[in-house]
Each structure stands twice: as C-alpha cells, then as structure tokens.
Design a protein around this ligand. Structure first.
Ligand SMILES: Cc1cc2nc3c(=O)[nH]c(=O)nc-3n(C[C@H](O)[C@H](O)[C@H](O)COP(=O)(O)O)c2cc1C
Length: 221
C-alpha cells in the first residue's frame, strides 16, 4: 500500500534523570501559580506574544489529526464592546433564569455576576471555536473527538499564556452563538470559550481556592 505521507525521524533529546526531575519540579511550581483573573489592566500585549501562544495551542494532538479548532483574536475595541454587550445580555438571563439554584450556590464563592467589564478592559480577547465537522469539496466530513481535541488545545493555550506571564479567564457566556455572528464564523464552528487576555489590574485579588490534594487527584496501581 502506498503511504499518503512520509515519516521522518523524531526530533528528541533525552534529558538526564536529574534534568527531567528538575524540569518537572519547576514546571509544577509555575503551574501552581496559574490563576483565573477577572480584573485586567488595559496595557496592550505584543501581537507576537499572542500569536506565539495561539500557534503553540495549534500544536495540540487531535483525533485523526483533524485539528478541529479555530481561534479568533479580537483587539478592536468596537468589537470587544459589541461582544461585551451580547455576553452580558446572555449572562443576565443566565443569572436570572437559566442557572439552577444549585449552580448559583456553587459559583457564589467566586462573587461573579452578569457584568463582564473585562471583555472591554482586557486588551485582547481570544475566542476558541470547535469545528464540529468540516466541509471538503462541498461535502460534509466528520471530525473526531472534537471536544477532547479542542479542550487539549485550549489547555495548551492557557498554559502558554501563563508561561509568558500573561493572565486569562476561561469565560463561557452560554449560549455563545452571538460570537459566530459578530466574528463572522461559519455554521460548522461553535464557540466554546472566550478568553480575555492581558496583564492583571493593579491590586487584583483572586479567591482562595483549594486544589484537590494528590490522594484525591490520583490513583496509582
Ligand atoms: C470550562 C470553564 C468555564 C468557565 N467559565 C467561567 C465563566 O463563565 N466565568 C468565570 O468567571 N469563570 C469561569 N471559569 C473559571 C473558573 O471559575 C475557575 O477556573 C475556577 O474557579 C478555578 O480557579 P482558578 O482557574 O483560578 O484555579 C471557567 C472555567 C472553565 C474551565
């Protein structure tokens, strides 16, 4: 059978046991400092930094390498304002009608409400879209493990932003179809997250949350 793509040797340098341990420790230390931030300064972020982080997200593994994601970077203040108005409209309905009492109780500790000023204050928004299916030569083709693949890519994006020294917030003003309209994305794409990106506002505080301890996080056989 003829191969449709070539295979090349893996680019890989094996770290020494000391190095691998050191890297795991310093990465864990870095990741422990990642926090969701809801107050942003309006200081601009260099374009290349945002592009690099988005390109890093695009290195994620995906089902059958379909790469079922698309990112939209919004810096234009007018469009950010439009997004804020549409998101707050949905969020107001969420808080007043759609959220169950249980959910409201669960998010109470975060002290959030329908107002989303960060959608305008943060200098950049990244909207993450999943490509539920794709169109090739006008034929609808399947993508595989779309939610898993886009979730992993978004995880890489959040990690990359954190690594560079930026902060973000995974925001879900569901339903988010308004993003298709405002950002002119086609019907095979659905927005899954809206990430305001930038630097934290001076004096930003975050809730004191506990992460799951290892004995609850992990089972080893
Ligand atoms: C899928 C997803 C959706 C989220 N949606 C919102 C949201 O709409 N608004 C919000 O303020 N935070 C949202 N968050 C942020 C969580 O509240 C936050 O990650 C959690 O409280 C833990 O805090 P930490 O990220 O600082 O560790 C979301 C997080 C995830 C992963």
């Amino acid at each position: 059978m003829q191969k449709s793509i070539n295979f090349s040797p893996l680019e890989y340098e094996k770290p020494s046991p000391g190095e691998i341990l050191e890297r795991s420790r310093s990465f864990l230390k870095l990741m422990k400092k990642r926090r969701t931030v809801r107050e942003f300064s309006d200081e601009p972020v260099p374009d290349e930094v945002l592009m690099n982080c988005i390109e890093a997200a695009g290195t994620a593994p995906s089902g059958a390498h379909m790469q079922p994601w698309h990112f939209v970077l919004v810096k234009d203040p007018q469009i950010r304002k439009q997004i804020r108005i549409a998101a707050e409209k949905e969020e107001r309905t969420n808080y007043e009608m759609r959220y169950s009492e249980e959910m409201k109780k669960d998010i109470e500790k975060l002290e959030t409400n329908f107002e989303k000023p960060y959608l305008e204050h943060a200098p950049a928004l990244i909207a993450v879209f999943k490509e539920s299916y794709r169109i090739e030569n006008q034929i609808r083709r399947k993508n595989y493990y779309v939610n898993e693949s886009v979730g992993i890519a978004t995880g890489l994006l959040i990690t990359a932003l954190h690594y560079t020294g930026l902060v973000t917030l995974p925001h879900t003003p569901s339903p988010m179809r308004f993003l298709n309209e405002i950002l002119h994305r086609p019907g095979n794409e659905s927005p899954i997250l809206l990430l305001p990106v930038g630097y934290p506002a001076e004096g930003t505080c975050v809730p004191d949350l506990q992460r799951k301890p290892m004995e609850k996080l992990l089972t080893v056989f």
